[in-house]
Design a protein around this ligand. Structure first.
Ligand code: ADP
Length: 508
């Protein structure tokens, strides 16, 4: 058995590559993976952005708290109270005043950092000041400075410090502190650039790996198609090795291998059939030719002419029987043969036909007996029943040597009728039993060498039994004999003619 171990590589045109399963698998996988990467990137960026924003808000809140500890406003006069010689306090106050503005209710600026005076940041409008003064919580805004830097501004209210006993009305002041967002933005942009610059690289590597993996996964499919292309009628022994992984591809390969085995079997049957037909046709044709030559060249008297013609006619009869059998089987198997179902006494049919075979059996030196229970009614096609009985009985006589017996029996119960043909003939080897119902199958050796036949009889019997919803069983021992048992239903409606199927068999 030839085994293909490696598929031959063939270059494929680009159009076919794009339509190919490998490309589509890797491409859809890549598309999904890229989409996932982009979505994840956007998600991570948003999470990072929120974290940095919260961090800045917390830092500003911290600054605001410190500012409240150092800034005192009395009578519209702001004063930073801290130890100028303490570097830490000086640093904190300077950091607070980096982005800072103090305004009163009328919008007048009492104090501001340099970036509010040089136009980098616009001071809030009176309306904004009022909005902050009338709100309870802090107000956080993001502002774009003229220097191109984004600032986070935290605005709020600081009440003035009042001396004990002061009768002046209470005053609130607008104060805002801020911090540039440069660092946060740099971190965010750095992440974005690095991440999205990596995406094409990751996509390329993933695409290459996906392409390789898809190629490996689909390699058996490719090898199936390569092998399938090599299969011809004379090269059906080709088998594809399975990988032993037990996956779907192994199932496919096994199914394919089984299919080629079945095809091989059918091809062999067809080949055998052609050989058998030519062989079977040649014998009567040679006979006819011989008889015609006798009539033409050697016959002198009318009796001699007559005898040659009679012999030729017998051979013609044999030929036409053979062609009729072939035609009938092909009609039956293609569903063109309609059954004429009637209520039939199978007992009478069997007894009459066995009687007709008595002379043939005697000539062969075979004892033929019939034991049929009276009046066994079945729904059946008479012609087909006769054909089934004659095939089985004539086979039994044909394959039984002189001195042997053929016992035909018909029995029945309420539901079924059993027709049995038992002989003491040459028998059928166990390995041939599953095949004898196949078309054109003949057991090799003695039966094919000495007995005429096409191997069509039993396949026709199997079709008839199947079309009558029955079953056929065979039990055989080479040298001891063979028993065919046909069981037919006795009740039920008219069955639909069914195509011939493998009958049930019982081996010895
Ligand atoms: P054939 O025309 O060769 O008789 P069949 O289809 O009737 O074809 O039978 C198929 C083969 O089964 C036969 O060639 C023969 O080898 C085997 N066979 C059938 N009936 C018997 C039997 N009663 N005894 C032994 N062999 C049989």
């Amino acid at each position: 058995m030839a085994v293909i171990t490696r598929a031959r590589r063939e270059s494929r045109p680009p159009g076919r590559i794009v339509r190919g399963l490998r490309f589509r698998l890797s491409f859809s996988y890549l598309l999904f993976f890229t989409f996932l990467l982009v979505v994840l990137g956007v998600l991570f960026r948003q999470v990072l952005h929120n974290t940095l924003y919260e961090q800045s808000v917390n830092l500003l809140e911290e600054e605001w708290g410190e500012m409240k500890g150092y800034l005192r406003i009395e009578n519209a006069n702001p004063e930073w109270v801290f130890d100028r010689f303490d570097p830490e306090e000086s640093f904190i106050v300077n950091r607070i005043r980096r982005v800072y503005i103090l305004m009163d209710r009328s919008g007048a600026i009492l104090q501001r950092s340099a970036n509010y005076s040089d136009g980098t940041l616009a001071p809030p409008t009176v309306r904004q000041v009022h909005a902050v003064l009338s709100s309870n919580g802090p107000v956080i805004t993001i502002e774009n400075g003229a220097d191109g830097v984004t600032y986070m501004i935290r605005a709020g209210v600081i009440p003035e410090v009042r001396r004990a006993g002061s009768t002046r009305p209470h005053k609130d002041y607008y104060v805002s502190v801020g911090r540039p967002m440069e660092d946060s933005e740099r971190t965010l942009n750095g992440f974005t650039w690095r991440y999205f610059a990596l995406v094409p690289f990751i996509v390329a590597v993933t695409g290459a790996v996906g392409w390789l993996l898809a190629g490996r996964a689909l390699a058996p499919v490719t090898s199936v198609s390569h092998v399938a292309r090599r299969i011809t009628g004379s090269n059906l022994s080709v088998q594809i090795p399975t990988r032993g992984s037990g996956d779907e591809l192994d199932d496919l390969i096994e199914a394919f291998n089984r299919m080629t085995e079945r095809l091989k079997h059918s091809f062999e049957q067809m080949r055998q059939f052609s050989t058998d037909v030519s062989h079977e046709l040649r014998t009567p044709l040679t006979g006819i030719r011989g008889q015609l030559e006798v009539a033409l060249f050697t016959a002198e008297t009318p009796e001699q002419y007559r005898e040659a013609m009679m012999n030729a006619l017998q051979d013609v009869e044999k030929l036409s029987n053979m062609v009729r059998a072939l035609l009938l089987l092909s009609q039956a198997e293609s569903g063109q043969l309609a059954l004429q179902m009637t209520t039939l006494d199978l007992s009478t049919v069997v007894s009459e036909l066995v009687d007709q075979y008595q002379i043939a059996a005697e000539e062969e030196g075979v004892t033929l007996t019939c034991n049929a229970a009276p009046e066994c009614l079945v729904q059946a096609d008479r012609t087909q029943m006769e054909r089934m009985v004659t095939n089985l009985v004539s086979n039994a006589i044909k394959y039984t040597n002189a001195g042997g017996r053929v016992d035909v029996a018909l029995e029945y119960d309420e539901t079924s009728a059993r027709f049995r043909v038992q002989d003491t003939g040459i028998g059928i080897p166990a390995e041939d039993l599953p095949l004898i119902f196949d078309r054109f199958y003949r057991v090799k050796g003695r039966s094919t060498a000495t007995k005429e036949g096409l191997g069509l009889g039993l396949s026709f019997v199997a079709w008839i039994v199947n079309a009558h919803n029955g079953k056929i069983e065979v039990d055989s021992n080479p040298g001891t004999g063979t028993t065919f048992t046909v069981t037919l239903p006795r009740e039920g409606g008219v069955p639909e003619p069914a195509p011939a199927a493998a009958p049930q068999q019982q081996t010895a």
